[in-house]
Design a binder for this molecule. Structure first.
Ligand SMILES: NC(=O)C1=CN([C@@H]2O[C@H](COP(=O)(O)OP(=O)(O)OC[C@H]3O[C@@H](n4cnc5c(N)ncnc54)[C@H](OP(=O)(O)O)[C@@H]3O)[C@@H](O)[C@H]2O)C=CC1
Ligand SMILES: O=C(O)CCC(=O)C(=O)O
Length: 446
């Protein structure tokens, strides 16, 4: 039945089974292109139809979320949890609250998570979930009511040994706290069924910083592999959420110069560089005041470009940290012609397939999100470990462990890259991530 494993044949079957799910098709294409040649060289995986099985989620749960707004109106949203693969550990992955959320986006994210979690070296399976609810502009009371209603249904499907959600776009410490409170109330037990919790109730130090720090560590590892480093490099970043802000913090600590950040309204360009003090202002603005990036430009009198992304700014290093498909082919050409030497994806799938080809063709170092942004879920794994042993590790110990994990992911990518002297981090990450999950699936039999 699965004798023809050409990329075209495989993708046309996947597209037929998942009509219209363009983000999911894109994520699978990027992996299939890397792993099909590897599978053809290792027919044991083909015989067991591993790739076909890996691209079908174990289950997709879709549910209704009803809540009441401050004006007393009844509001309706859709909630999801896509449990993708639990071959190497309990399902694990974030929750996204954003109006664009749909099944295709969550399937792409859950699928990516399978490979990412495998690369972390920790025992975690893969899932993703969320809702088309938009927390922006809602009062705290409204967010509480939504989160409680969402968790009332989600609580049936999660648990510390089953599925452990965390944050993603639109879900930060505030939302995790509201959901954890409701989970605890419903289940009448205190267990680590969510990560990204506050420190007072089972959270881990540096979980907030980990995704961004990890992306900077991964970039440093790629550059060190070529006897270079972040020090002195001009860096452009997109986004100004959890990932972007702490990626900027680590870049500054490593001696790099961060000149841009963005939100969905536009980007700021601070030619002098965003230093630690300016970043502290931004963290307060974005995390607590929930302000807009344009307010930074007003305060520090730098350039602000509404509705644009920062990829035309001359730079050495680029870190897309906002959302999927934010670097298209044109932006990739701009990065190449402006002298950029490396791109590390802080966000999930921020670079289109065509743009990746442009960057790789020009021999830029290109780190896919499943490798470069794996620090967040890795630290979540360490939060689970701390919850299990009822201990809290210090920030120094956790940052050391995070740095070691990111180096190890880099080592795995180099090991499985198959492009001669040029390290093809896409192939390396996809093949290394595939092997561990595939071997577990083989071990279980059918
Ligand atoms: N948090 C984590 O631990 C991890 C996150 N990621 C990925 O990193 C990326 C960012 O996540 P995170 O920082 O947590 O999310 P946040 O919600 O904290 O921040 C998201 C940022 O991206 C911007 N953004 C969101 N959607 C768009 C859009 N359509 N166009 C332009 N800008 C947009 C937001 O701007 P605005 O405020 O205007 O919406 C905001 O600045 C996502 O791809 C996420 O999946 C990956 C691994 C782990
Ligand atoms: O910490 C986690 O469980 C999930 C992080 C996440 O959603 C991601 O890696 O994309």
């Amino acid at each position: 039945m699965y004798s023809d494993l050409s990329l075209t044949h495989f993708m046309s079957g996947l597209e037929k089974r998942n009509p219209g799910e363009v983000e999911f098709h894109q994520a699978v294409y990027e992996v299939a292109e890397s792993v099909i040649p590897f599978i053809l060289d290792n027919p044991v995986y083909q015989k067991a139809a591993i790739l076909q099985r890996m691209t079908e989620p174990d289950r997709s749960i879709i549910f209704k979320v009803v809540w009441e707004d401050d004006a007393g109106n009844i509001r309706l949203n859709r909630g999801y949890r896509v449990q993708f693969n639990n071959s190497i550990g309990p399902y694990k992955g974030g929750l996204r609250f954003h109006p664009s959320v749909n099944l295709s986006i969550l399937k792409f994210l859950g699928f990516e998570q399978t490979f990412k979690n495998s690369l972390t070296t920790l025992p975690m399976g893969a899932a993703k979930g969320g809702s088309d609810f938009n927390p922006k502009g809602k009062s705290d009371r409204e967010v509480i009511r939504f989160c409680q209603s969402f968790m009332t249904e989600l609580s049936h499907y999660i648990g510390p040994n089953t599925d452990i959600p965390a944050g993603d776009v639109g879900v930060g410490a505030r939302e995790i706290s509201f959901m954890f409170g409701q989970y605890k109330r419903l289940r009448h037990e205190f267990t680590g069924a969510l990560t990204g919790k506050a420190l007072e109730f089972g959270g881990s130090l540096i979980r907030t910083e980990a995704t961004g720090y990890g992306a900077a560590f991964f970039m440093e590892a790629m550059l060190q592999h070529r006897d270079d480093s972040i020090r002195g490099k001009k860096c452009v970043l997109s986004g100004s959420g959890n990932v972007a802000l702490y990626c900027a913090e680590k870049i500054i600590q490593l001696g790099g110069k961060v000149v841009t950040l963005s939100d969905s309204s536009g980007f700021i360009y601070d030619e002098q560089g965003i230093d630690a003090d300016k970043l502290a202002y931004l963290i307060e603005l974005k995390t607590h005041q929930r302000g807009r990036i344009s307010e930074y430009a007003e305060k520090y009198r730098c350039d602000y470009f509404p509705t644009q992304s920062p990829w035309n700014i001359r730079c050495d290093l680029a870190f897309p940290c906002a959302t999927q498909n934010e670097i298209d082919k044109k932006s990739a050409h701009a990065l190449v012609s402006n002298g950029c030497i490396a791109v590390a994806e802080g966000a999930n799938m921020p670079t289109t397939i065509e743009a990746i080809k442009v960057l790789q063709h020009a021999k830029l170092l290109f780190a896919p999100g499943k490798a470069a942004n794996a620090g967040g879920v890795a630290l979540s794994g360490l939060e689970m470990t701390q919850n299990s042993v009822r201990l809290s590790w210090s920030a120094t110990e956790l940052e050391d462990r995070l740095a070691t994990i990111m180096k190890d992911i880099h080592r795995q990518c180099v090991k499985y890259s198959d492009d001669g002297d040029y390290v093809n981090y896409v192939n390396g990450a996809n093949i290394a991530g595939f092997i561990k999950v595939a071997n577990a699936m083989l071990a279980y039999g059918v």
